[in-house]
Design a protein around this ligand. Structure first.
Ligand code: FES
Length: 362
């Protein structure tokens, strides 16, 4: 790769990378599952758009635009009834698809439909797709795709910089070898899984002579395994540790006002049967939680003060540049409106999107 070529030498020509006005169309976390009980409705702001999210009698989470199509009352002041939501102001009721199904002062219904957003639930979180129809799945780790797994949410945090500055950390080889002193030679092999997902795998040998490497080497069947799978440029799924363990760490981020980041860290491990299996998972997740919190402390310090501007990529930043190139090919939306992003730097945004949709339909 030529790191002096104009399109790779910096992010100044990037349309979406580190841009506080854009985000990739995709799945984003909205609220943790335990904060939305049956019969509850909550106001949320997701990527600059006001929404309400509620859980009906059928236990499914439903997401609508926040304001009632009658006079604009905020629907979070309303009430969940069965699987629908009734506005507090004049008591109009909407079903889970957003259709108006009751207007107390009228004998006939009006053909009204609230904007409902695709909503799903996994990893202890409720997720919203920011377009009409989900074109790709929820973020997942290929290794766990057909597996049951145990999950624990480690933390929720705010970072004083763009989500992209935070998320590239997992493939920042210089940072790993200097700050974290990770005992591996980091050579990442990229693999594009689909339009919205790219994985980086590192199967290189640990560095000889490193104390940590010597300590953990007996637990490895083969080489050290570390892989990262990025989804929508905003969620990373990291698999690390020895082959017998395979603990998975999810960092899921979203852009908030001021170009800052709000995120969650989540740990996952393949489900194990029996009392011993469950106990084993509980111990490993607790241990992972403590280690991760310690690991993230250093990062928090960096992301509190950074003025992120990736102006001078060097050869060891190759994986980051590959991440950026993949990101720039994904359909982007504008923060706040969720309309397709357009700018003077982006004269033909429909082209890539149309080609991609055509490819999906073939
Ligand atoms: S504003 Fe909602 S029913 Fe009137």
């Amino acid at each position: 790769m030529n790191f002096n070529s104009p399109n790779l030498s910096s992010n100044r020509k990037s349309k979406t990378f580190n841009n506080p006005e854009r985000f990739i169309e995709g799945w984003y976390w909205a609220i943790s599952s335990d904060r939305l009980r049956v019969g509850e409705v909550k106001a949320i702001t997701l990527l600059g758009r006001d929404l309400v999210i509620y859980r009906g009698k059928d236990k499914k989470a439903v997401t609508f635009d926040a304001y009632c199509p009658h006079m604009g009352a905020h629907l979070a002041d309303g009430k969940v009834e069965g699987n629908g939501l009734r506005c507090y102001f004049h008591q109009w009721k909407f079903d889970s698809e957003g259709f108006c199904v009751d207007i107390p002062c009228l004998d006939e219904l009006l053909p009204l439909q609230l904007k409902a957003w695709p909503t799903a639930e996994q990893y202890g979180m409720i997720w919203v797709w920011t377009g009409e129809f989900p074109l790709e799945p929820l973020p997942f780790i290929p290794e766990l795709e057909a597996q049951d797994f145990d999950v624990t949410i480690i933390s929720q945090f705010i970072a004083n910089c763009h989500p992209h500055a935070v998320i590239i950390n997992a493939i920042d080889t210089q940072y790993f070898n200097t700050v974290k002193r990770v005992p591996v030679e980091n050579i990442f092999e990229p693999q594009e899984l689909n339009q919205n997902a790219i994985a980086f795998t590192n199967n290189t040998q640990g560095r000889k002579g490193n104390y940590l490497s010597k300590l953990i080497r007996p637990f490895y069947k083969n080489d050290l395994n570390y892989s990262v799978c990025y989804w929508y440029g905003s969620t990373s799924m990291v698999t690390f540790m020895p082959n017998f363990l395979h603990l998975h760490f999810m960092l899921t981020l979203r852009l908030i006002a001021g170009g800052k980041t709000e995120g969650h860290t989540i740990l996952m491990i393949k489900k194990r049967q029996g009392i011993l299996g469950r106990l084993y998972n509980r111990v490993v997740l607790s241990l992972g939680k403590v280690l991760s919190q310690d690991f993230l402390k250093v990062d928090a310090k960096i992301f509190e003060k950074i003025q992120f501007d990736f102006r001078t990529p060097v050869k060891t930043d190759q994986a980051i540049m590959q991440f950026i190139n993949h990101l720039e090919r994904q359909p982007a939306l504008s923060w706040g409106t969720w309309q397709q992003a357009r700018s003077l730097r982006d004269p033909e945004p429909r082209d890539n999107r149309d080609k991609w949709r055509d490819a999906l339909n073939d």
